[in-house]
Design a protein. Structure first.
Length: 312
């Protein structure tokens, strides 16, 4: 296996899929709940398996799929890697180039999934059943627990080709799910031409209008993190976080809707994950507020919590 894979370990014997897992293959198509998920003005369709199918897919993921390794370039859905590890590969470069793959999960069809599963060298009927178990309408469903790992495995050739081109040309390359990022000091124009050709050759499509070239004179953003000098949260995010904490201190945690408090905790968790030292004081402040709230009687009413963005 190429050195760019995380590991070349694969057990000589795999646990046999339980009969109950294989039995779900024929009814898998009917076991999804499909619903839209809005992110700003963008809508994605989520295909969520029912609990029985999800359990079967989770078994396959844990027992089989995790035995195959994505490449070193892959940072999304890989244990020990994250948006921060992805961004850290591109700090302090003259140029950062980002691009998106269009319809990443749905663009991966059943035949490409079958190619991955044949690596386990199982009887053809078992492989065919497992393909039906993890696909819907002959493609990867966005919502199944197996889809992220399968997508990473299908994208190994894409990663290896882009890694090879990047290294020969003095560039860095990483991929976080459908986000492709390159950084280096050379002219980015040849990179864009090579990127288009390799992505097309490997059966993917670049999302129109989502390719960006950022010089070191601009704010360079990789998977939501600023990477000009170090991995950092964008200023608007930091301002919003400080405004949220200020409102909590002035209003009191007991007067804030619990759901809105979870939003604050989520923002702070991300900030602490990105830069633990810088946001240690904010974490301590929030922990103190939460302790005080837990020792106070519950409020009779909650007020609205709309954080204002303040200047730093």
């Amino acid at each position: 296996m190429p050195t760019e894979y995380m590991s070349d370990f694969m057990p000589t014997t795999l646990p046999c899929p339980p009969a109950a897992v294989l039995a779900l293959a024929d009814s898998a198509e009917q076991r999804y709940r499909v619903y839209p998920l809005m992110s700003g003005s963008k809508r994605r369709w989520i295909e969520a398996p029912d609990q029985e199918l999800k359990t079967a897919q989770r078994w396959l993921l844990d027992q089989w799929l995790y035995q195959l390794a994505p490449t070193d370039a892959a940072h999304g859905f890989v244990p020990g890697r994250s948006i921060v590890s992805n961004a850290a590969r591109h700090v302090g470069c003259a140029w950062v180039v980002t691009a998106d793959l269009r319809n990443f999960f749905p663009s991966i069809g059943a035949s490409r999934v079958a190619q991955v599963l044949t690596e386990f060298e199982q009887p053809a009927d078992v492989t065919a059943a497992l393909v039906r178990l993890v696909t819907r309408r002959q493609r990867l469903p966005q919502g199944a627990p197996t889809s992220p790992q399968l997508a990473n495995l299908v994208a190994r050739r894409l990663d290896l080709r882009l890694l090879g081109w990047a290294r020969r040309s003095g560039w860095n390359y990483t991929r976080y799910a459908d986000d492709l990022t390159f950084s280096g000091a050379g002219n980015p124009r040849p990179l864009l031409e090579a990127l288009k050709q390799i992505v097309r050759d490997e059966g993917f499509t670049l999302a129109p209008g989502k390719t960006h070239m950022m010089s070191h004179h601009q704010r360079q953003v990789v998977t939501g993190m600023v990477v000009n000098e170090r991995v950092a949260l964008p200023k608007p995010h930091r301002r919003l976080l400080r405004a949220m904490l200020y409102r909590l201190e002035t209003m009191g945690v007991d007067k804030v809707d619990p759901q809105q408090l979870q939003v604050v905790q989520g923002h702070l968790a991300l900030a602490h994950f990105v830069d633990p030292a810088r946001f240690e004081a904010e974490c301590r402040a929030l922990a103190t507020l939460l302790r005080e709230a837990s020792s106070s009687p519950p409020a009779t009413a909650s007020s609205s919590f709309v954080p204002a963005v303040t200047k730093t």
